[in-house]
Design a protein around this ligand. Structure first.
Ligand SMILES: Nc1ncnc2c1ncn2[C@@H]1O[C@H](COP(=O)(O)OP(=O)(O)O)[C@@H](O)[C@H]1O
Ligand SMILES: [Mg+2]
Length: 276
């Protein structure tokens, strides 16, 4: 509530009027330098002297227990909150020096619980992408493995979803949201537990589409299931606002008492018991 009240008092969103610098966001490299951050009203810093550097086109997996600060990292990247110290740069541009709409138009995000509108499936997929044709939309839906489901509905792409329309399952909503970003051409793509409600086979298929279709973009995949990030160039393990471990899958599993290895052993144990 405090957050909301503070938010209401803010006259205009920060950065709305700022001018785009001569440089532009196109590669998608990300640098966090000496970042301190605490949520408004909180006593404790969540990030203290946080440093991270992601190369343009790098594929990054992010794992760790919930509450570790993974989603916050994405929120800061979009400048949903102001940091207390340090800098965040994309392609060498301080995100404070660009217009906030410009910034957000260069990042595509699918979250765990995507927001769908009380509109048709067609409108929901094309939302935010003005200049797309029907063929592009169908193609995006195919790649997100939702096209067959949509065409099996009596009204197909004209089916209205939402409260008074078709109720979609968590996994179907995620697929619609993934189809939506498949249409976007942004240098940075973030999946924040975006495939958590899919079975692991669909998840692997969709990820494969993403990786082949977007091989030159910066891809950040935050995942609960470790198998989802196995093939990423680099995996970051978050705990209490810090990156406690990083490396590729092969190097991380070698660390016997490591955080990644421990998470992995736990997931395997639960899977054997049929709990995952
Ligand atoms: N709006 C908020 N206000 C205060 N604390 C928050 C807010 N959002 C998240 N947090 C806290 O910040 C920490 C990190 O959260 P988050 O980045 O969402 O973790 P993760 O995505 O790894 O589960 C958690 O302790 C969480 O409770
Ligand atoms: Mg999260």
């Amino acid at each position: 509530m405090e957050d909301l009240v503070t938010f209401m008092e803010v006259p205009v969103e920060v950065g709305r009027d700022e001018v785009v610098t001569a440089k532009s966001i196109d590669g998608g490299s990300i640098v966090f330098k000496n970042v301190d951050f605490r949520y408004p009203g909180q006593e404790k810093l969540l990030y203290h002297n946080f440093n991270l550097s992601i190369a343009a086109g790098e594929r990054i997996g992010v794992v760790g227990y919930s509450g570790g600060g993974k989603t916050t990292f994405i929120k800061l990247l979009q400048r949903l909150y102001e940091i207390d110290r340090g800098t965040i740069k994309i392609d060498g541009i301080n995100i404070k020096d660009v217009n906030i709409e410009y910034l957000r138009n260069h990042i595509s995000i699918v979250s765990q619980e995507p927001l769908l509108f009380h509109r048709t499936l067609l409108e929901n997929i094309s939302y935010g992408n003005e200049n797309v044709c029907l063929a592009d939309i169908h193609d995006a839906a195919k790649r997100a493995r939702i096209h067959d489901f949509i065409t099996s509905l009596p009204d197909g792409y004209d089916t209205v979803v939402g409260e008074r329309g078709l109720r979609l399952s968590g996994g179907e909503k995620q697929r619609v949201a993934i189809a939506r970003i498949m249409l976007r051409q942004t240098p940075i793509i973030v999946l924040d537990e975006a495939t958590s409600n899919l079975d692991s086979i669909s998840e692997a298929e969709i990820q494969n589409e993403i990786e082949t279709g977007w091989s030159d973009r910066t891809l950040i995949v935050i995942a609960h299931r470790l198998s989802s990030v196995r093939y990423m160039d680099r995996i970051l393990v978050f705990a209490e606002g810090q990156i406690v471990e990083e490396g590729d899958h092969a190097s991380l599993i070698l660390k016997k008492q490591g955080n990644y290895r421990t998470l992995m052993d736990k997931q395997n144990r639960y899977r054997r018991q049929g709990e995952v």
